[in-house]
Design a protein around this ligand. Structure first.
Ligand SMILES: [Zn+2]
Length: 256
C-alpha cells in the first residue's frame, strides 16, 4: 500500500487501527513473539570490512529456506543458527547472518540480522521491473510440471537481468525457515509462525501481499523449496503470482 497511512491507537478497545486515506481500516496486528539474538547466543555483527549496507526503504518481504535437512550441531534451532551465522559472517564475510528473521520447526521466531541492514544472498536477483515483466519461471514452465514440484534450479538468469549481483539486495526483509522443503512442507507450527510474521511485517512496512517475493521468483534457485512454494503459491491453476493457502492466510490476517 502506497497511500499515506495514519496509525490511530484506540486505548478503549485495546487495539490500534490503521486508517488509510482511502478509508480502509484494518486492525493493527500484534507482533508475534520474536526471540532476540541473545536467545541463540549470536555473535555480534562484524562490520570491520564495512560489508553491512543500509537497507533503505523496505519494498519487499522475501521468503527462503535453509535447504538443510536436519538441524545441525546438537540438533537445536539455536545451534543451527550459530552454524549458519558462522558460515555467513565469517566464511562468506557477509558481516552477519544473512537473514532478518528465522523460523524454527517448532515455530519459534528468531531475530537474525538487524532490519536496518540489507540482507545478503548468494544469488543474483532480477530487478523488480524485470521480475514483473519477465519472471524467471513462467506459466509455461509451470505447465510442464503438472505436480508443481519440478520447476526451478536449472535456469540461469537472462542476459537482461541487471539486478544486484550476489551480495547485497537492499530494500527487503528476509524470512527464512529452517529446513529443506523440497520434499516436505514445513511443520504446522512453522507455517503458523510464518503467517503471523509475514502479515505483521507487511503491515509494519505498509506493504501488500503482492510485495512478497519468493526467492525462486527473482533468482535462479530452488529456494524456498518445492513443497513450501506450492503452499505459498497456487500454481498451476492460478494466476502467475497467485496466492496459495499460505499467502491467502497472510492476506486474511491483513484484511481482518
Ligand atoms: Zn533463498
Amino acid at each position: 500500500m502506497n497511500s499515506v497511512v495514519a496509525k490511530v491507537y484506540c486505548r478503549a478497545l485495546g487495539v490500534g487501527l490503521f486508517v488509510s486515506v482511502q478509508g480502509i481500516a484494518a486492525e493493527s496486528l500484534d507482533p508475534p513473539q520474536i526471540l532476540p539474538r541473545s536467545a541463540w547466543e549470536a555473535l555480534p555483527e562484524d562490520n570491520r570490512l564495512q560489508v553491512l549496507q543500509p537497507n533503505g526503504e523496505i519494498k519487499h518481504i522475501s521468503v527462503h529456506h535453509t535447504a538443510v535437512d536436519k538441524l545441525r550441531g546438537d540438533g537445536s534451532a539455536e545451534a543451527e543458527l550459530r552454524i549458519i551465522q558462522r558460515g555467513h559472517r565469517d566464511d562468506n564475510q557477509w558481516g552477519d547472518i544473512a537473514y532478518h528473521y528465522l523460523i524454527a520447526p517448532d515455530g519459534r521466531i528468531f531475530s537474525g540480522r538487524s532490519p536496518q541492514y540489507a540482507p545478503n544472498s548468494g544469488t543474483r536477483y532480477q530487478s523488480e521491473s524485470q521480475w514483473r515483466e519477465a519472471p524467471i519461471f513462467t506459466q509455461e514452465d509451470v505447465a510442464r510440471d503438472s505436480r508443481n514440484v519440478g520447476i526451478g534450479g536449472t535456469k540461469t538468469l537472462p542476459e537482461s537481468a541487471t539486478g544486484p549481483r550476489p551480495g547485497h539486495v537492499a530494500g527487503h526483509i528476509t524470512i527464512c525457515l529452517l529446513g529443506n522443503f523440497m520434499e516436505k512442507e514445513p511443520t504446522d507450527a512453522a507455517k503458523q509462525s510464518f503467517i503471523q510474521l509475514a502479515a505483521y511485517l507487511l503491515q509494519k512496512y505498509q506493504l501488500t501481499i503482492s510485495d512478497v517475493w519468493l526467492h525462486r521468483e527473482v533468482a535462479a534457485t530452488l529456494c524456498p523449496g518445492n513443497q513450501f512454494y506450492a503452499w505459498l503459491r497456487d500454481y498451476p491453476q492460478g494466476e502467475r503470482y497467485s496466492l496459495g493457502p499460505g499467502l491467502r492466510s497472510v492476506q486474511a490476517l491483513l484484511k481482518r
